[in-house]
Design a protein. Structure first.
Ligand code: ASP
Length: 118
């Protein structure tokens, strides 16, 4: 166990202040320029998603959120919800979702997309 101060960073605090000033919920990737996917330039930092197909035809999907700033306390994004932000079905497709995930949760987006291919 550590004190809450352990998790404080000036960078994250400043991002929260900017989002509060705009009274806006922001994707963490919004505050960076999206002009390049070169990881070494650190310009686009958002969701990390992966899908895989093994030699036996098994599909897998994984999603790690890029995060949201100024979100409601206790909000859970779509990324960890199977069917919403992440879904895989050997009979159809593997899917991961990025962006503001509230609507993905309401419509169970990853599962719905996968269902189209069945
Ligand atoms: N989809 C995520 C959420 O709504 C944000 C992201 O990483 O794209 O929490």
């Amino acid at each position: 166990m550590v004190d809450q101060k352990y998790f404080f960073t000036q960078f994250r605090y400043d991002a929260l202040q900017r989002a509060n000033e705009k009274q806006k919920l922001m994707l963490d990737s919004e505050k960076t320029k999206k002009t390049s996917l070169n990881l070494y330039e650190r310009q686009y930092l958002g969701t990390v998603g992966a899908i895989a197909l093994d030699k036996n035809g098994n599909l897998a999907a994984a999603t790690s959120t890029g995060g949201m700033t100024n979100k409601m306390t206790g909000r859970i994004g779509n990324s960890p919800i199977i069917g919403s932000g992440t879904y895989a079905d050997n009979a159809s497709a593997a899917v991961y979702c990025t962006g503001t995930g509230d609507i993905y949760i309401r419509v169970n987006a990853a599962h719905e997309v996968s269902s189209i291919y069945k």
